[in-house]
Write a protein that binds this ligand. Structure first.
Ligand SMILES: NC(=O)c1ccc[n+]([C@@H]2O[C@H](COP(=O)([O-])OP(=O)(O)OC[C@H]3O[C@@H](n4cnc5c(N)ncnc54)[C@H](OP(=O)(O)O)[C@@H]3O)[C@@H](O)[C@H]2O)c1
Length: 321
């Protein structure tokens, strides 16, 4: 297994891994540890500097922003956008759509992000488009034992796990065979369930796990019963896992229709435009949600310490119409 570390590939600023290492992943652990330590140091320094403003202001009982603007700026950086310094996030499904948007957001927040999907070339292109040295890529299938072992092995410690991956099938139930149903179930239910359990063992108490379900759980369409089934399973699964994996928080984010490359698999561009226009007119927000909307909700699930065992809807009210 150790020899597989030679399978590491680099693409511009992107660190990638295509072959499994042992669970300890010796050389790989050093590789990931360096940047984390640097970021940790930077974050500590920023926090120290940031504390100067309120401490100084405390002498007079007032918070004087004008007299210590530099310190305030640093504090705002730490508490504002750079909220995930020295944290590691794994995003499974990160080469496209919502997973890619989530990876982008977490990198902006200062995190180290492991971007996971099956197709390495697509993954590397996606990671390169983000232009961050903290983006690492790993080719793995969440639906397989081997893929999950590979995902667990890359990060000695994971703060947050996000799974947006899905390999679904759209057909009437009577036209489906077991293999097609099981592929969807493995990618979106069984795989994420087992990965969540395995990653939880490497998470600190502030860790979180966020799965993505979807509006089909409440509003299925004909030909999409498998999607409704797996999404409903996720909404139910997070409640049980939140109890079992506590204090690690486990949640689902449920989007309505979002224009992502996924739609290329189910409808022509023209048909998609028609469907989205009709949905836009129908849903309460009168706008189709974006991948950024979904990423923002995933961040809420990850960071709000009072949220666990629940489904957060980011569907423009689509489940109501
Ligand atoms: N788009 C919508 O309208 C919509 C609405 C409601 C809910 N959702 C749900 O939201 C989630 C994200 O959807 P999306 O539209 O962003 O999808 P997408 O653009 O098709 O992206 C799916 C991502 O998952 C990866 N993936 C698929 N199967 C995988 C597997 N077995 N192991 C590892 N990675 C895998 C894909 O890469 P590879 O193929 O290379 O592995 C890709 O990176 C899905 O769970 C979907 O069901 C979507």
């Amino acid at each position: 297994m150790a020899g597989n570390a030679e399978g590491l590939a680099r693409h511009r600023h992107v660190h990638s891994q295509t072959a499994p290492t042992g669970r300890d992943g010796g050389a790989w652990r050093c590789f990931t540890g360096g940047p984390n330590r640097v970021l940790h140091g930077m974050a500590s320094r920023n926090r120290k500097a940031g504390r100067l403003a309120p401490a100084g202001a405390g002498d007079t009982g007032k918070e004087d922003r004008s007299s210590s603007s530099t310190a305030w700026t640093m504090q705002e950086q730490t508490q504002g956008t750079d909220t995930m310094h020295h944290q590691t996030v794994i995003v499974v499904g990160a080469s496209s759509g919502m997973g890619l948007a989530a990876a982008r957001l977490f990198l902006e927040r200062g995190a180290t992000v492991w971007m996971v999907a099956r197709d390495m070339e697509r993954l590397q292109n996606a990671a390169s488009s983000l232009g961050s040295e903290r983006a690492r890529v790993l080719s793995a299938d969440v639906g397989s034992d081997e893929g999950r072992a590979r995902i667990v092995a890359v990060a000695p410690q994971v703060d947050h796990l996000v799974i947006t991956a899905a390999d679904l099938v759209y057909k009437p139930s009577q036209a489906l065979c077991e293999a097609e149903v099981m592929r969807a179930v493995r990618s979106k239910v069984v795989g994420p369930y087992l990965l969540a359990a395995a990653c939880a063992a490497r998470m600190p108490e502030h860790g979180s796990i966020t799965l993505v379900s979807g509006v089909a759980a409440e509003r299925p369409i004909a030909g999409g019963s498998v999607t409704g089934m797996v999404n409903g399973a996720i909404n139910a699964m997070v409640r049980g896992l939140a109890l079992e994996l506590a204090p690690i928080r486990v949640n689902a984010v449920s989007p309505g229709w979002v224009d992502t490359p996924f739609w290329g698999q189910v409808a022509s561009a023209e048909r998609r435009e028609q469907l989205f226009a009709a949905m836009r007119d129908k849903i309460p927000t009168r706008r189709i949600s974006t991948v950024e909307d979904v990423a923002q909700m995933i961040e809420v699930a990850m960071t709000n310490k009072a949220v666990s065992g629940t489904t957060l809807y980011v569907d423009g009210g689509q489940r109501l119409v």
